[in-house]
Design a protein around this ligand. Sequence first.
Ligand SMILES: C[S@@+](CC[C@H](N)C(=O)[O-])C[C@H]1O[C@@H](n2cnc3c(N)ncnc32)[C@H](O)[C@@H]1O
Length: 181
Amino acid sequence: MRWPATLIPVLACLPVIAQNPRYGNKLSPYVASPVRVVDRMLEIANIKPGETLYDLGCGDGRILIAAAEKYKAKAIGVEISPKLVATATSRIEKAGLEGQARVIQGDLLDVDLTGADVVTIYLATQLNAQLRPRLEKFLKPGARVVSHDYAVPGWKPNKVDKTGERQGHLIYLYEMPPVKQ
Ligand SMILES: C[S@@+](CC[C@H](N)C(=O)[O-])C[C@H]1O[C@@H](n2cnc3c(N)ncnc32)[C@H](O)[C@@H]1O
């Protein structure tokens, strides 16, 4: 079988993509945070009205909706699964929160996080490790990162909280340090 000439450069890249750890580990499976954990994550984030929250890998949009509804935050989700993007968008519309919350379809490792005051994540450790340099690059001093169950490797948390059924869920809070002079 002969491949069309236009496809040859794409096919030539495939082994490189498959071997690249960024592509191999960049997907975390979908598991929703229980409502109690979502509430606690937002409480710990100390989010204020008008602040901007990013939920990286936003699933069905529950964190976005809670942040917009209860805390009057501007909430932006990033989600790689088109099906979950549709679910989250429809839940946002049903809640009448289109003016405050939205979902970007794409890879969370490609998003500019400059405007974020709070970033929430519930991702595997390896993905947190890949995300870390981007958080360090984009986030301003005082921005908070709140992670459900999985630490960000190499960072020291400001707080580790236990919540949910039988205190079985860990929540890590990290605050971005002031810029060194
Ligand atoms: C464990 S779920 C968390 C969902 C939601 N944040 C919550 O706490 O309920 C992880 C989500 O991240 C999404 N995801 C995984 N890898 C991703 C990537 N590289 N870019 C964007 N979304 C991703 C998955 O599709 C899934 O919806």
